[in-house]
Design a protein around this ligand. Structure first.
Ligand code: 13P
Length: 255
């Protein structure tokens, strides 16, 4: 049985005061049960968030990392430091990193291996751009990103990972994929994992949908059999709204 997982990607948002405010409100709104809730703040807020996450049974995630454990990499953050700060998850290969910071499939693959070696759980983002979708290339693009990210891994490592299907055109646009479209891609992702590893690994790996998820549409994405949660950007910033979103997700998947 796959545990549902809702992750908040705060991106480059919030000051420390705003983060404190989020945690004090969120804690009063929600008793989280049966679903993993991961908060991924910007790097400088990880220490502050770690305290709150421990107290509230939330998981802590980072939005990126370098693949080396230490060294002369000005401005980068290592997997070991993330572990040291209490981080459990790390988002890798987000389309904003691919688009704006030149992240390649090869970089993502190195980061996935480094994250696993540091005992961090990668949330690997895959997804097509609008022209690629319009040209019918969605599965070719997603398949290539996924195959590269999973290259040379052990089945036991893949089963621990989370794959986030985030169509680039749906991110921040207010125009999400339909639940049926997202479900169809998730099914294909499972098929690729099955072909590369085994049916069991495919069945155990958690798959999220991301792109304009909100409290109103989350239940639709989780109603099917293939999507185990969401990677949420804009709708994760407001404590009340994000609590409603998590509750809606719990309503569908928690007995
Ligand atoms: P939005 O939820 O703001 O569309 O962002 C999605 C995303 O990029 C999460 O990683």
């Amino acid at each position: 049985m796959r545990t549902p997982i809702i992750a908040a990607n705060w991106k480059m948002n919030k000051t420390s005061a705003e983060a404190e405010d989020f945690f004090s409100r969120f804690g009063n709104l929600l008793e989280v049960a049966g679903v993993e809730v991961v908060i991924c703040p910007p790097f400088p807020l990880l220490g502050l968030a770690a305290e709150h996450c421990r107290r509230m049974s939330l998981r802590l995630g980072a939005q990126n990392m370098h693949w080396e454990t230490e060294g002369a990499y000005t401005g980068e953050v290592s997997p070991l430091l993330l572990r040291d700060l209490g981080v459990q998850y790390v988002i890798l290969g987000h389309s904003e990193r691919r688009q704006h910071f030149g992240e390649t499939d090869q970089n993502v693959s190195r980061k996935v291996k480094a994250a696993l070696a540091a005992d961090l759980t990668p949330i690997v983002c895959v997804g097509e751009m609008l022209p690629q979708r319009q040209a019918g290339q969605t599965m070719a693009v997603v398949g290539e990103q996924l195959t590269s990210a999973l290259h040379n891994l052990d089945p036991s490592q893949v089963r621990r990972m989370v794959i986030a299907y985030e169509p680039v055109w749906a991110i921040g646009s207010g125009l999400p994929a339909t639940p049926d479209d997202a479900e169809a891609v998730a099914l294909q992702i499972r098929k690729i994992i099955g072909d590369l590893f085994s049916l069991k690994v495919a069945r155990d790996t958690r798959i999220q949908y991301g792109g304009s998820v909100n409290p109103e549409n989350i239940a639709g994405f989780m109603a099917g059999t293939e999507i185990d949660g969401a990677l949420v950007g804009g709708a994760s910033l407001d404590a009340a709204g994000f609590a409603r979103l998590v509750k809606a997700a719990m309503g569908v998947r928690v007995p």
